[in-house]
Structures are given as structure tokens and as C-alpha cells.
Design a protein around this ligand. Structure first.
Ligand code: F3S
Length: 151
């Protein structure tokens, strides 16, 4: 703020000394700063292997930002869209969705896979629940399904 503009303020008693001016300007600068980022990494939610060959799609009905993308036999979460609200977690009948930080040790690879699949041009946004895959009940309790994933 130019000094010429500070003068009327000083006459009104708002600014009474150079140290007061410095304090007010510093305070103003701090107030207009963007919020401090506490973490450099951006967390997301992740669909684990449990979804493969099931695709129940209950999760998509509750997503407020439409971050699910659909593949032939799996749904992925676009990490650039997910707002980490967690409302999808209890909707999945096979508990396939985790907050990234809660992923089991044997599902850590799914974070990068979700991100990669979300970028595939054929994987379109899905926003409405539909019938699960015909194989869903047969596969819902199986583990180690990654080899079945169709891109
Ligand atoms: Fe998959 Fe569960 Fe959604 S099986 S499609 S993550 S409801």
C-alpha cells in the first residue's frame, strides 16, 4: 500500500507509528496467504482386487463427485476426482474400497493401478448403479483376483 494512502489512516489514529504500520501490513499479508498444506501427498480412496469379477456398483450411487470409472470387470477411482469423503466404503457388499492409508499390505499395488486405469480412454465415468456381473456371487469371496482384471 503506498504511503500516500496510509496518511489518512494515520490521521484517523488507526496507524500511529512506523512499527504499527509494519505490524498491520504483516498481519494483512498473513491473512491473505493460502492455507498451509500439512501434507505434500494427496490421499485418495482405492478400489481393491475384491471388486474384480463382481462390479456390484452400489458405490457409484453415493459418490458426490462421480469419481468412479468403469472397466469390463472392475471399477476404479480416479484419484484426481476423489475428495476422500469415504461415503462409498460402507456401500460395497464385498468391502472392496479403502482409504489409501488403510489398504491392506497385499493391496498396496492397487493405488497406482487405480490411477493408471482411470486414465485409460475406454474407462468411462459411471454414476448410476446397475446390475452386477453375472460372475459376482461366484467370485465375491475369492482373493488374489488380479490376473482376472480386464483392461
Ligand atoms: Fe466394485 Fe464394490 Fe463398487 S464390488 S463396483 S467397489 S460396490
Amino acid at each position: 500500500m503506498p504511503l500516500i494512502q496510509l496518511q489518512p489512516l494515520a490521521q484517523q489514529g488507526w496507524l500511529t507509528s512506523c512499527s504499527t504500520i509494519s505490524f498491520k501490513i504483516t498481519t494483512l499479508v498473513l491473512l491473505v496467504q493460502p492455507p498451509i498444506q500439512l501434507s505434500e501427498s494427496i490421499m485418495t480412496h482405492v478400489v481393491s482386487e475384491s471388486c474384480i469379477q463382481c462390479k456390484y456398483t452400489d458405490c457409484v450411487d453415493v459418490c458426490p463427485v462421480d469419481c468412479f470409472r468403469e472397466g469390463p470387470n472392475f471399477l476404479t477411482i480416479d484419484p484426481d476426482e476423489c475428495i476422500d469423503c469415504a461415503v462409498c466404503i460402507p456401500e460395497c457388499p464385498v468391502n472392496a474400497i479403502y482409504a489409501e492409508e488403510d489398504l491392506p499390505a497385499d493391496q498396496q499395488h492397487m493405488t497406482q493401478l487405480n490411477a493408471d486405469l482411470a486414465l485409460l480412454p475406454g474407462w468411462k465415468s459411471i454414476t448410476k448403479r446397475k446390475a452386477p456381473l453375472p460372475t459376482a456371487d461366484e467370485w465375491k469371496d475369492k482373493t488374489g483376483k488380479l490376473a482376472e482384471l480386464v483392461r
